[in-house]
Write a protein that binds this ligand. Structure first.
Ligand SMILES: NC(=O)c1ccc[n+]([C@@H]2O[C@H](COP(=O)([O-])OP(=O)(O)OC[C@H]3O[C@@H](n4cnc5c(N)ncnc54)[C@H](OP(=O)(O)O)[C@@H]3O)[C@@H](O)[C@H]2O)c1
Length: 325
């Protein structure tokens, strides 16, 4: 009871809760005990696995015995990461790599085919890769790059990997999809008629926040879509972690928050827990932080209403079809 009250208070106060203070307090309260589950024989795919939180999540999963596929856009960076993850791996866990540029629909399609050919059963998909940009740019498919990288590519990848997730779920239920969002999503509403942020003055942090909310909406969408297939879908936010991405995209924030940032491993903890533990396997469609379900809305006017997630999925499918025509 006391522990739960402290946790809720930390969550409400944002800065302490999201920072290392929240992590340390919850750890001291016994809420973040090391995950001890044997994942031998499970196949996990982690995007953005060559850096920051994705690299740590991949290492933690391999340390629990899972076979892990590291997905990234640079073979060179993936090879460096593979060596590091293989060093942490337990038993016979296989650590392999797959080059996919999530901002390219062609790359996602060919990469997904290769992934399914080499891993016909996927137990866990972690959609972790993400960018926060300082200028409005377009992808090779002429789609706003934050949307292309954080949402459109992962949406297509997830849809294409559904047969492999279902195959794993039929043998070792449940399979799990984990979408790495951000607490920043609390600041923005999604505008389904302006997904590419073209009708108003562009802001990198707002574009990022909108895509992070879209990931949470897609989590609810897939949770309903996949309910009968033993595939559990979760979104989470890692708090504020000291990663190469934060240092390069938010240098002032990185400097100010400094030592109060979590380590990337602390940021990755809830991903690993969602991928491995029994408790979250019973709940689909929720948003998590530090292993607890968190509210979807904190500011009036930023939440979505019933049916918005279906409209979003339809709009993304239309965008993919138009870009591929
Ligand atoms: N760190 C935090 O405090 C924090 C807070 C909230 C949410 N998050 C979320 O956590 C996730 C990981 O962030 P991070 O902080 O660990 O950042 P990071 O160190 O920059 O890692 C991001 C990863 O995404 C990959 N990536 C970017 N664009 C890609 C593309 N087009 N195709 C394939 N991979 C691509 C990067 O690959 P390259 O190395 O090739 O660029 C990198 O591996 C992101 O979704 C972020 O939004 C982080």
């Amino acid at each position: 009871m006391f522990s739960s009250a402290v946790d809720s208070l930390l969550d409400l106060t944002i800065a302490p809760g999201f920072s290392r203070v929240g992590w340390s307090a919850r750890r001291a309260l016994g809420q973040l005990e090391p995950v001890q589950v044997d994942l031998t024989g499970r196949n996990c795919v982690v995007t953005g696995a060559n850096s920051g939180i994705g690299l740590e999540a991949a290492s933690q999963l391999a340390a629990l015995g899972a076979n892990v596929v590291l997905v990234g856009r640079s073979l060179e960076r993936l090879e460096v990461a593979r060596t590091r993850v293989a060093d942490d791996a337990s038993g016979g866990a296989a650590v392999t790599t797959e080059v996919i540029d999530l901002a390219s629909l062609d790359s996602v399609r060919t990469g997904a085919s290769r992934l399914i050919a080499s891993n016909p059963e996927i137990d866990v998909l972690v959609n972790n890769a993400g960018v926060l940009l300082d200028s409005r740019q377009l992808s090779v498919d002429q789609i706003e790059l934050t949307l292309a990288t954080n949402v459109l590519g992962p949406f297509l990848l997830t849809e294409l990997l559904r047969p492999a997730l279902a195959a794993a779920a039929s043998l070792r239920p449940p399979a799990r999809i984990i979408n790495v969002s951000s607490g920043g999503m609390y600041s923005e509403a999604v505008k389904i008629d302006n997904l590419q942020y073209s009708d108003e003055k562009w802001s990198g942090s707002a574009a990022y926040a909108r895509t992070k909310r879209m990931q949470v909406m897609l989590t609810e969408y897939w949770a309903r879509q996949l309910a009968g297939q033993e595939i559990v879908v979760s979104s989470m936010h890692p708090g504020w972690a000291d990663t190469p991405g934060v240092e390069s995209s938010l240098p002032t924030f990185h400097k100010i928050v400094g030592k109060a940032l979590r380590t990337p491993a602390e940021g990755a903890d809830t991903i690993t827990w969602l991928a491995a533990a029994d408790a979250p396997a019973q709940i689909s469609g929720s948003f998590w932080h530090d292993r607890r379900q968190r509210p979807l809305n904190r500011r009036p006017g930023t939440g979505s209403t019933a049916g918005d997630d279906e409209l979003l999925a339809k709009a993304l499918s239309d965008l993919i079809a138009a870009a591929s025509a």
